[in-house]
Design a protein around this ligand. Structure first.
Ligand code: ARG
Ligand code: ZN
Length: 454
């Protein structure tokens, strides 16, 4: 093979970064999920129009994505897994595209300039399939016997719409779903309207507060629907699989009081709408805090309801910028369960902490530091949930109740509708307590192994 002359090689190297500087990157830069999200733009809004036929598993989709370029762009990526793309326009002009694994590579006719607002329209169709996560669990569009259970944490959003599929980019959503009459399609936020014609029903949902793609849902099934407005004006919409209704009803009755209790502890509930989707889905094995309206794969117990509700503050309103910080979601939601128990006649958070601390050094609980799970395969494991919550109990005893609850509320308020990182949280705790907490956080969230004292 001929070698490239030195001078030419230098020239190419010099041209490289400049040329690459006009192409949006294929990932948001998250080492746990390198291809999740994309670079070069920020999505403002997703307008999704979907049609789903549960009997064939076929989905028809149109996504209108309004975004803003953060750099000059001759090319940009979206994430989409499976499905067939039938056409793309950028600002109403036909654009070229190709598929490369989960990357949908779009080349607009005209380059987009930095800060330009633009609109990408993608039409697509096919039989959506869930993705298998590094831990072996399924997420995304998961077909059920009567519809689909739709939950996208961490990466499943791309199985049903083209997305900038990383929590660092939040956007508002309008989600319209058409299903056969008799089925219900439930999404996030407020139900704007519902209309039946020619044997099909269209549900129009609007999520106006910013939402991460993984928190979007469009769960379809045969559901019993319950709607009401709480005394403080919250619009509740519950959809329950009749096979789960007996077990779910008494728990869902408590939703308003759980949200009111959490508002008392964490500050005002961040959304206008609330509710639950209980959809029997035997191959799922988890619930997800889909924004405003968590999805449960079976009737939840009260503790799970408290957990998914707490995520509305911690995870949904205050969102991760990288998956490594997952303890900010799961440690906090788990701690909410402990606090709820403590204030409702159960064990105190300290008793739960003590019982966990008794776990032997070899236990999974101590396998890795909550703030550093090591890879995407471990983000939903015990150290993140239980030991993450233990770290908060340690913080509480170190700074006292008054400061601790102020920290939780300030965290939720200052980052409402936005993002937060572990470093920002520890700095906030230090600022409000006036204490140096380096050692505490280092031991409880930053170091593997069982700490030598509780
Ligand atoms: N965030 C969910 C919870 O409330 C767990 C989601 C698990 N997702 C998965 N693909 N395994 O704990
Ligand atoms: Zn959780």
């Amino acid at each position: 093979m001929a070698t490239v002359p030195v001078a030419l090689a230098a020239l190419l190297a010099a041209a490289g970064p400049a040329a690459a500087g006009t192409v949006g990157s294929s990932g948001a830069g998250d080492p746990y999920f390198p291809l999740a999200g994309n670079g070069g733009y920020d999505v403002r809004h997703y307008g999704l129009s979907l049609g789903y036929d549960p009997s064939t598993g076929h989905l028809d989709g149109k996504a209108v994505i309004t975004a803003r370029a953060t750099q000059r762009l001759t090319r940009l990526d979206l994430d989409l897994s499976g499905l067939k793309v039938t056409g793309i326009t950028v600002d109403h002009t036909k654009a070229a595209f190709r598929r490369d694994g989960q990357e949908l590579v779009v080349t607009p006719r005209h380059a987009l300039h930095r800060r330009q607002e633009f609109r990408v329209t993608v039409t697509y169709q096919g039989k959506p399939k869930p993705v298998t996560d590094p831990d072996g669990s399924l997420d995304g569009w998961i077909p059920t016997d009567d519809g689909a259970f739709v939950a996208g944490e961490p990466q499943g959003a791309m199985t049903w719409f083209p997305a900038n599929n990383h929590p660092s980019d939040k956007a508002s959503y309008d989600i319209t779903i058409t299903v056969p009459k008799g089925r219900t399609a439930v999404s996030n936020g407020v139900l704007l309207g519902q209309r039946t014609a020619h044997g099909r029903t269209t549900f129009r949902w609007r999520q106006s507060e910013p939402m991460a793609a993984y928190l979007a849902t469009a769960t379809v099934g045969t559901f019993k629907v319950e709607r009401y407005t709480t005394p403080d004006g919250l619009k509740v919409y519950n959809a329950v699989d009749p096979r789960e209704a007996t077990a779910a009803t008494p728990v869902l009755k408590k939703l308003p009081s759980v949200l009111a209790w959490e508002s008392g502890v964490f500050g005002p509930y961040p959304y206008k709408a609330a509710g639950a989707v209980v959809d029997r889905a035997p191959n799922v094995g988890y619930a997800l805090e889909t924004q405003t309206r968590p999805v449960y794969d079976s009737a939840p117990d009260l503790s799970t309801l408290v957990h998914e509700s707490a995520h509305q503050w911690f995870g949904d309103s205050v969102t991760l910028t990288r998956w490594r910080d997952i303890w900010l979601n799961e440690g906090f939601a788990t701690y909410a369960e402990w606090l709820y128990a403590e204030q409702h006649g159960g064990r105190t958070a300290q008793q739960i902490f003590d019982a966990l601390y008794a776990s032997p050094a070899g236990d999974d609980l101590w396998a890795f530091p909550p703030a550093d799970p090591g890879s995407g395969a471990h983000i939903f494991e015990t150290p993140v949930y239980a030991r993450g919550a233990m770290a908060l109990q340690k913080l509480r005893t170190a700074v006292g109740d008054k400061t601790f609850f102020r920290v939780l509320r300030t965290w939720a308020t200052d980052h409402r509708g936005g993002h937060g990182t572990t470093a920002e949280f520890t700095r906030l705790a230090e600022r409000l307590s006036g204490k140096d907490l380096d050692q505490l956080f280092h031991t409880w969230i930053g170091t593997a192994g069982k700490p030598s004292s509780p």
